[in-house]
Design a protein around this ligand. Structure first.
Ligand SMILES: NC(=O)c1ccc[n+]([C@@H]2O[C@H](COP(=O)([O-])OP(=O)(O)OC[C@H]3O[C@@H](n4cnc5c(N)ncnc54)[C@H](O)[C@@H]3O)[C@@H](O)[C@H]2O)c1
Length: 377
């Protein structure tokens, strides 16, 4: 998908106090929820056997970052498809409410457990691997904001590159041989030729893309020395929510400042922010695969400009969102969209939801019924 600029959210001073209050309330709520969840899931915690032993016919998947946007949707799909799921998340960005939704949908013992842990803590990660019999890892956990990465590069290299190393080392030590890694179109940087195929040279232009590219390189190098099966999925910009209405995208309020376009449009439509600030209007836009490593672009194959996106968002929400066009922001790309033919040919995967307005309508429905994200939902 082509995203020439990122939306920058108007952030008025008076709102900070309100938001701060909400953050404190959320923090308290999360603490209470963790306690409740730990108690409510104590049967599966005390009965560690179902998670700590391999079971014939059951694939146990560790979903890192499973409280986040994409990770929670992936966990939902895994659970629906009868996988056993362990979510590990430090809740720095995700929502315990998403885990609660999943637990309510799949309350049976041995289906889902949540472990609150930071992947930067190698000892904790090693303990999790020692106590659980994982068959595969889907690694979603990450900080993932292009703009933030340009102002806090070390955080990005640590959280993305270094934590991936921690996960890989734990997998190697505990002989977990399947890894699906969440990478990004940001690893391609700003290619001259569109659409982007998996052979397009990776020349990332911001710390987020560079950290992900480094993580990819580490994974690929390691896979050459082992029999680990690896898949690297490079997502293009993701929008939408679970059509059944259970899960959605609910970034924490303080992250609105770094806003992804999807969330920012909805925030503007809901009047949480007065309008959108689109950074950059002068971009030139129309308005070695290894034996056991699969690398795939995951996208629709269609590029959308921010202007197109904003128009679709206005239509989906029925709100005349105020838009202000500003100068460029460091680290953004003019045009990035995928050629998804390889994933279609080799995995028979195609994006099901390609109608932008429809996808936004589904996401908007979730937003409207979850005005405080997962809190009180
Ligand atoms: N959303 C997109 O459009 C998009 C596009 C391309 C790639 N991706 C990639 O997909 C993955 C998921 O993205 P998302 O949009 O769901 O992000 P998200 O912020 O909603 O979810 C990330 C999750 O990881 C958790 N996390 C972060 N650091 C952690 C740590 N040190 N230990 C444990 N948990 C930690 C967060 O709490 C959060 O729940 C990321 O790797 C991201 O780079 C996302």
């Amino acid at each position: 998908m082509r995203v020439p600029v990122e939306v920058w959210i108007i952030w008025v001073q008076e709102e900070r106090a309100v938001v701060l209050g909400k953050i404190i309330a959320s923090a308290l709520c999360i603490t209470v929820c963790i306690t409740i969840l730990k108690q409510s899931q104590s049967p599966s915690y005390s009965n560690l056997s179902s998670f700590s032993q391999h079971e014939l016919g059951v694939t146990h998947v560790l979903v890192t970052g499973g409280a986040g946007y994409i990770g929670s949707h992936a966990a939902l799909r895994l659970l629906k498809d009868s996988y056993r799921v362990t979510i590990v998340d430090n809740l720095s960005r995700g929502n315990l409410g998403a885990v609660k939704v999943l637990q309510d949908l799949f309350p049976e013992p041995g289906r889902l457990q949540f472990i609150y842990a930071d992947l930067g803590d190698a000892k904790a990660v090693s303990k999790i691997f020692a106590e659980n019999a994982f068959d595969a890892v889907m690694h979603f956990a990450s900080v993932a904001y292009v703009g933030e990465s340009t102002t806090e590069p070390l955080r990005y290299y640590h959280n993305i590159t270094s934590n991936t190393l921690v996960v890989l080392e734990a997998m190697a030590a505990h002989k977990v041989k399947t890894l699906i890694y969440s990478s990004t179109c940001a690893t391609y940087g700003e290619p001259v030729k569109m659409p982007i195929t998996e052979k397009t040279p990776q020349l990332p232009i911001n710390p987020y893309g560079k950290a992900k590219k480094m993580a990819e390189d580490i994974i690929i190098d390691f896979s050459k020395t082992t029999d680990m099966a690896v898949m690297i999925l490079r997502y293009f910009n993701v929008i939408g929510s679970d059509p059944e209405g259970g899960l959605g995208e609910a970034p924490q309020p303080e992250l609105r400042e770094h806003g992804r376009i999807s969330g920012a449009c909805f925030d503007a439509a809901r009047g949480i922010i007065p309008g959108l600030k689109v950074k950059g209007t002068d971009y030139k836009t129309a308005d070695g695969t290894l034996e056991i490593v699969g690398i795939y672009n995951v996208g629709t194959g269609k590029g959308r400009s921010v202007k197109e996106f904003v128009e679709a968002c206005k239509k989906a929400t029925g709100v005349e969102i105020k838009v202000e066009y500003l100068g460029r922001r460091p680290g953004d790309y003019a045009e990035v969209f995928s050629d998804p033919s390889k994933v279609k040919q080799e995995l028979n995967w195609t994006a099901q939801y390609t109608n932008l307005k429809k996808s936004l309508q589904i996401a908007w429905k979730w937003q409207k019924s979850h005005l405080n994200g997962y809190i009180h939902s």
